[in-house]
Write a protein of this length. Structure first.
Length: 277
C-alpha cells in the first residue's frame, strides 16, 4: 500500500512540473475519449434468462459446446446496465496511455509479429489488469461506475438480453462472408496470415446493437473463473467466485468456430506472462 502512495505522490509532482500547454492537451484528449466512450454505451434492460449451454432446449436438442463447465443451465436475474457497442481500439488505448503518462506495455507476441493488428481500428490486446485499469480510469474521469462486465452481463448482452442465440451476430448464425469475414478477407486484415481478427464494426451487430461480441479476439470479464461456478451461482447479479487463479475470457481466437459461441467459457491468468515480450 505504501508503494501506491509513493507512486501517486511522484505522479502528482511530475504533473505540477509540466507546462500548461501539455496539461491542456491531455485534458482535451481525456474529455474527447471519455465523451466517445460514453456515447458508445448501449443501455441494456435487465431481466431473467437461462445462462449456459441452451442447446438441449432448441433445434436438435443437442449441446452446442464440447465444454462441461457451461452445462448447468441456471436462472440469472440481472439489473439494468450499459455496455459499449465496440471493443476498445488500439487508438483509444494509446490515447489513454498518452493522457495518463502510463508506460506503454509490452506488445503481445502475436501482435508484434503481425503489424496489421497494431492498427488504430483493431481491438487492443491487453492483460486483464490493464483492461480493468482502463475501465476504472474511464469511470473516474466520467464520474460514472465503469468496469469490466461480469460474465453473466457479457453473456446476457451477447445473446441480446438472453435470447437463444448461439452467436452474437445479426441473426444468431455464423455465416462466412455475410456476418463474419471469409478467409480471403481475413488474409487481407492480418498480413496474409488469416487470423480471425479484424477492424471493429466491419460486420453487422447483434440485435442489441453490439459489434463483434465473441468474435475477432477474446474479451475479459470481471469474474474469477471456476469450472463448477454454474452449479452454485447466485440468481441475482452474480459476480463470479470470490477468488481464483484465472479470469474468465469469452470469444473467438481461432480454431473451431464454437469458441465464438455466446455460451463458450475460457479462462486465462490476469497477466499471462508467456504471451508478452
Amino acid at each position: 500500500m505504501r508503494k501506491l502512495i509513493v507512486v501517486a505522490s511522484v505522479a502528482a509532482s511530475l504533473l505540477l512540473g509540466c507546462d500548461q500547454k501539455s496539461i491542456g492537451k491531455r485534458e482535451t484528449l481525456s474529455e474527447a475519449l471519455v465523451a466517445k466512450s460514453l456515447s458508445n454505451m448501449v443501455p441494456v434492460k435487465g431481466g431473467e434468462f437461462l445462462m449456459g449451454d441452451f442447446g438441449p432446449l432448441v433445434g436438435e436438442k443437442l449441446p452446442f459446446s464440447i465444454n462441461q463447465d457451461d452445462k448447468v443451465l441456471h436462472k440469472v436475474v440481472l439489473s439494468d446496465f450499459s455496455i459499449s457497442k465496440f471493443k476498445v481500439t488500439n487508438d483509444d488505448y494509446n490515447k489513454y496511455l498518452q493522457i495518463t503518462g502510463i508506460k506503454k506495455p509490452p506488445i503481445n507476441i502475436l501482435v508484434k509479429e503481425y503489424p496489421s493488428l497494431q492498427k488504430g481500428d483493431y481491438s487492443v490486446g491487453v492483460t486483464w489488469q490493464q483492461a480493468k485499469d482502463y475501465c476504472q480510469w474511464l469511470g473516474k474521469e466520467s464520474g460514472k461506475k465503469i468496469d469490466l462486465p461480469t460474465e453473466a452481463q457479457w453473456e446476457y448482452a451477447a445473446r441480446s438480453r438472453g435470447q437463444y442465440l448461439p452467436f452474437a451476430t445479426n441473426n444468431g448464425n455464423f455465416e462466412l462472408g455475410s456476418n463474419i469475414p471469409e478467409q480471403k478477407k481475413l488474409d487481407e486484415y492480418t498480413d496474409g496470415y488469416g487470423f480471425p481478427i479484424y477492424p471493429i464494426g466491419k460486420y453487422p451487430p447483434n440485435p442489441l446493437g453490439l459489434y463483434d461480441m465473441g468474435l475477432s479476439g477474446a474479451e475479459w470479464s470481471n469474474d474469477w473463473y471456476s469450472t463448477d461456478y454454474y452449479s452454485h451461482s447466485p440468481i441475482y447479479d452474480p459476480q463470479g467466485p470470490v477468488k481464483g487463479n484465472e479470469k474468465v475470457l469469452r470469444g473467438y481466437v481461432g480454431g473451431d468456430h464454437q469458441y465464438a459461441l455466446t455460451i463458450f467459457r475460457q479462462s486465462s491468468q490476469p497477466v499471462p506472462k508467456i504471451c508478452w515480450a
